[in-house]
Design a protein. Structure first.
Length: 331
């Protein structure tokens, strides 16, 4: 099947378009797959790999020893939006492990949540490293370093014991030595590999199907706390909510999006070719609905993501995004 084309229409006329590649794969070594475009397309895994990166710390019992719950584990896998609740949970990890935000290699940026960002503006406050959308992950990984007696300095460097441990974990899920993959640096400063959508989908399928206690803990934490994994208005959170936790979803930068059946049936990976994020809702909902992986009622709950509107600076609807070939209204 061809890649999914998502178009932006204004007054019924196409204004822009995006190509979205995807792979949906059954769990297991012989799992069948359904591709939207070439599944060999390579992309950096970015934040979509966070659920696998945190597994060594979960297996080591770090969260239990620090008295941290499932909310902290969900934040460790998150690209959070900087709401007060997000910051509260990140701070709980910092306090429990006796860390300081200055230890984080991720830099500060404004909260993704508009209300949180405006609140900081009104208070005349500048964002700190705790506001970085990856701060929950960095806090958890630093807590893991402290628990293991590893140096905190340089925890993001490829030669650090933390990163060597993570690469062994990733290799186990991919079934190959991930050292051979191209590696780059994510926006938060941590290493990230480039691999095919087929391999991303297979890893997520096997992750969702894994009976291992650590993997089940991560899946349960994320699906039980979807708005901690991203934010109330995010596609990932709403997919998990609409499916009542049956689907696990995790976004990554540059238009990467991975999913897994929490019941162990399948995994999926998507990449917007031009790196935009706005086509992901229409493409992902379309693909899952086409393959009957979303029930009609779930599709209805996700209508705002399947056909998101374009608004002008006054908030008026002036356009709409949709998968090309679908019938939808536009302004």
């Amino acid at each position: 099947m061809e890649p999914i084309r998502v178009t932006v229409k204004r007054a019924g006329t196409r204004e822009s378009s995006h190509l979205v590649y995807g792979m949906v794969r059954e769990a297991g070594s012989a799992g069948r797959g359904h591709a939207f475009g070439d599944p060999r397309l390579t992309a950096f895994w970015r934040s979509s790999m966070k659920p696998l990166q945190i597994l060594p710390a979960v297996r080591d019992g770090v969260f239990e020893r620090l008295g941290l719950g499932a909310d902290a584990l969900a934040l460790a896998c998150a690209s959070h939006h900087g709401t007060p609740r997000h910051l509260e949970v990140v701070q709980s990890v910092i306090d429990a492990a006796e860390l300081k935000p200055g230890m984080f290699v991720c830099g500060p940026h404004r909260p993704f949540d508009d209300g949180a960002a405006r609140g900081m503006d009104r208070a005349g406050r500048l964002p700190g490293r705790i506001h970085n959308n990856c701060s929950g992950q960095h806090a958890a990984l630093l807590a893991f370093c402290v628990a293991r007696g590893w140096p905190v300095a340089g925890y993001h460097e490829p030669a650090h014991p933390l990163q060597r441990t993570i690469r062994r974990e990733i290799s186990a899920w991919l079934g190959e030595d991930c050292e051979r993959l191209p590696w780059g640096t994510d926006g938060c400063g941590l290493p990230t590999p480039a691999l095919s959508l087929r391999d991303m989908a297979r890893a997520f399928a096997d992750f969702g199907a894994s009976p291992e206690a650590a993997a089940r803990s991560v899946v349960t934490a994320m699906t039980a706390h979807p708005t901690l994994v991203s934010g109330p208005g995010a596609l990932s959170a709403n997919l998990m909510r609409a499916s009542s936790g049956r689907i696990l979803a995790k976004e990554g930068a540059e238009g990467v999006f991975c999913l897994a059946s929490a019941e162990g049936a399948w995994g999926a990976a998507f990449k917007v070719l031009d790196g935009a994020t706005r086509p992901l809702g229409p493409a992902v909902v379309h693909a899952l609905a086409t393959l009957s992986l979303l029930a009609p009622g779930e599709v209805a709950q996700l209508e705002g993501f399947a056909h998101p509107v374009v608004r002008n600076t006054c908030g008026n609807e002036v356009g709409v995004l949709s998968v090309e070939g679908e019938s939808c209204s536009s302004t």
